[in-house]
Design a protein around this ligand. Structure first.
Ligand code: FAD
Length: 466
């Protein structure tokens, strides 16, 4: 069979690749997407979605232990780890099937196989090592994602030392767990396993957990996690690992000196690295730096006609960033003239631990580094009627404004449902609103969102309820 020809071929059907493919089809292009493993990528199959299904279980389980405060009681609380994992896998499958349907609906050709660049406008495809017919396309988008990073001496073994994949499908909840890395992925697993009853220790090499978040959010999160019984070691690294048949002894060097921590399992969550191998980059002008493909503002690589998006091109490693890059890339290829380059400061970040964490824009430290004069507002959950009615009095909203222009520079939140609330500030930032418009906006009562209003008012000395 001759190679098939398309206007666009996308390698990888994660949230970057499948969104790019659908948008291109909407714009009238003939599109093929090549996927070697699972439609929906890491996000739908092994990332965002199945973790949120697990976290929903642990949240409910935790709430069951505090039913008394709502005037409720149950006789026996328990769980079946198999059913917990099965539900998460079922949710993942449902969404992956949904992507299949969407691609079909948009007449995108889906090719089941692994693709690599094989010359200008050409992809070679194989399945289980056997070559299949190739694909010819004027434009090729690489959206091959990323995988967990390992450290020398701390390589995942699938049994005692887990990556996120094994951590998502435990046969049983381990009695004790060491989580290495306190970014979003590490903290979400720490939260899940602690709520399900494991003794959890988190080791973080930086001076504070959730290091990309505002320092006040990090400090508050640490206090909450410690209250829940999570042990946290910062400025710490695993120096040595001694494995026995069903547990691990880790020698951890940290601020307080070396400690030996024994745990049944270890989860490695120290970052990710781009899937740049075996995609035919050798001999092309595609540049790779620190494990990621280098692109310009329109997601173009150094090789004419070859683009790259999503986790493959680097931080922030977020599904919505990958999808947005897919849209920008395709709209630029189609020659639409409204296309704007991605503004990293308008990308919200969410961590679905308990309490939840969400932010958009500059932290206070970064805003100061940028030489801005600031007006900062804060509002605590304890001052909000809905938070108290929900039994969720812990948390706060912090907003940062440019004192000279009134521009909203950043918003940082910790507490119940902040991963939903943050979108209000993301819209505000994208529309470049100022404090005046936010103060004039009417927020419904009683809602958690009123805290967003109050935080803005507080920045200008006008908070009402605190
Ligand atoms: C545990 C965990 C939790 C997460 N939670 C969140 C969250 O809550 N929110 C959030 O925004 N992000 C989250 N992420 C990150 C998110 O999953 C990624 O940012 C997102 O999946 C990146 O999308 P992508 O399309 O760039 O790559 P991927 O989703 O990794 O998709 C790449 C696809 O390319 C395929 N592929 C690779 N090489 C080839 C090849 N040669 N040929 C054909 N196919 C190929 C792969 O099989 C894969 O399906 C989480 C990640 C993890 C690991």
């Amino acid at each position: 069979m001759p190679d098939s020809s398309f206007d666009l071929a996308v390698v990888g059907a994660g949230p970057g690749g499948y969104v790019a493919a659908i948008r291109a089809a909407q714009l009238g292009m003939s599109v093929a997407v090549v996927e070697r493993e699972h439609l929906g990528g890491i996000c739908l199959n092994w990332g965002c979605i199945p973790t949120k299904a697990l976290l929903r279980t642990s949240e409910l389980y935790n709430t069951l232990h505090h039913l008394d405060q709502f005037g409720l009681s149950v006789k026996e609380i328990g769980y079946d780890p198999k059913k917990v994992v099965d539900r998460s896998r079922k949710v993942a499958k449902q969404l992956s099937d949904g992507v299949k349907f969407l691609l079909k609906k948009n007449k995108v050709t889906v090719i089941d196989g692994a693709a690599k660049l094989a010359g200008p406008e050409k992809l070679a495809i194989s399945k289980n090592g056997k070559p299949l017919d190739g694909v010819i396309a004027k434009h090729i988008i690489l959206a091959t994602g990323a995988r967990a990073r390992a450290l020398p001496g701390l390589e995942p073994d699938g049994k005692l030392v887990w990556t996120y994949k094994e951590a998502m499908v435990p046969a049983a909840i381990p009695k004790s767990l060491l989580v290495v890395g306190s970014g979003a992925i590490g903290i979400e697993f720490a939260s899940f396993y602690r709520m399900m009853g494991a003794e959890v220790t988190v080791v973080e090499v930086m001076a504070r957990i959730l290091p990309v978040e505002d320092h006040e959010v990090s400090a508050f999160a640490r206090k909450q996690f410690e209250k829940q019984g999570i042990t946290i070691l910062t400025g710490a690294k695993v120096a040595k690992l001694d494995k026995s048949s069903d547990s691990v002894k880790a020698t951890v060097e940290h601020d307080g000196g070396p400690s030996v921590i024994e745990a049944e399992r270890i989860i490695l969550a120290i970052g990710i690295t781009g899937n740049v191998a075996d995609i035919g980059l050798e001999g092309t002008k595609v540049k790779v730096e620190r494990g990621h493909v280098v692109v310009d503002a329109w997601l173009r690589t150094g090789e004419p006609g070859v683009y790259a998006i999503g986790d493959l091109v680097g931080a922030p490693w977020l599904a919505h960033k990958a999808s947005h890059e897919g849209t920008i890339c395709v709209e630029k290829i189609a020659g639409l003239n409204h296309v704007q380059p991605l503004n990293v400061l308008n990308i919200p970040g969410c961590t679905y631990c308990t309490p939840q964490v969400a932010s958009v824009g500059l932290t206070e430290a970064k805003a100061k580094e940028a030489g801005k004069t600031l007006k900062i507002g804060r509002f605590p959950y304890i001052g909000n009627g809905k938070a108290i009615a929900l039994g969720e009095p812990e948390g706060f909203v912090k907003t940062i404004f440019d004192a000279d222009t009134g521009e909203l520079l950043g918003a940082h939140m910790i507490g119940a449902e902040v991963t939903e609330l943050i979108q209000g500030f993301t819209i505000a930032k994208t529309l470049e609103t100022t404090e005046a418009e936010l103060m004039e906006t009417i927020f419904p009562h009683p809602t958690l969102s009123e805290m967003m209003h109050e935080s803005v008012l507080d920045a200008y000395g006008r908070a009402i309820h605190f």
